[in-house]
Ligand binder design. Structure first.
Ligand code: FE
Length: 200
């Protein structure tokens, strides 16, 4: 099997948000899609290592901010490359609240959706949540960002380095060593070995 075939699947990028009591959290996902229109339902797959995952498991509610092409790399760093357990990911960021009380992005989002979980499936590393769409609104209405757009335009170009090893294609983290363990997980963005490339 040629893994490059998998890279031809298209994905959007989203800030997934949840709330447990007074605690807000959010993370970046690329796995959201509508599965039925009647009823209006979407699925999201969320890595179990994300704090947001545990909150959604507990509360059954989430918002999805559909990022647009204006989203700067800083948004991905803020929500994707740090852990909500020891940082406040919302610090200094202006957000809005939906009727469910959860935040969504005020800027850099083309729309937001609110989801209420109706079923979950354990996928090993991830949990798949099937949810009713209970609310939503158009925000900027601009082109939603795709994963391909992010790779080409949003992510900073990798700096030249003397280091030898493998670079995470998502966040730029460098693993110094040979070979890269097959079960390696990026300590910054939690992506697996498949998202690393050899530094040449
Ligand atoms: Fe990474």
């Amino acid at each position: 099997m040629d893994n490059k075939a998998m890279y031809q699947l298209t994905y959007g990028l989203f800030v997934l948000s949840a709330k447990d009591g007074d605690k807000d959290n959010g993370c970046i996902i690329n796995t959201a899609g509508q599965v039925t229109t009647t009823p209006n339902r979407i699925t999201i797959a969320v890595n179990k290592q994300n704090c947001t995952h545990d909150m959604i498991r507990k509360t059954g509610e989430f918002n999805l901010s559909i990022l647009d092409e204006s989203a700067p790399f800083a948004i991905f760093e803020r929500f994707g490359f740090q852990c909500g357990r020891d940082t406040d990911k919302l610090a200094g960021l202006e957000v809005l609240r939906a009727d469910n009380g959860l935040f969504y992005l005020k800027g850099h989002a083309s729309a937001f959706l609110s989801g209420k979980v109706v079923e979950t499936m354990d996928l090993g590393t991830h949990t798949l949540f099937l949810a009713d769409v209970t609310d939503g609104a158009l925000l900027s209405g601009d082109n939603p960002i795709t994963y391909a757009y992010y790779q080409k335009n949003t992510k900073p170009k990798p700096e030249k380095t003397e280091k030898k090893g493998y670079r995470c294609k998502i966040c730029g983290y460098i693993y110094e060593g040979e070979p890269l363990p097959e079960d390696f997980i990026c300590p910054i963005c939690k992506h697996g070995a498949i998202d690393f490339e050899k530094i040449i």
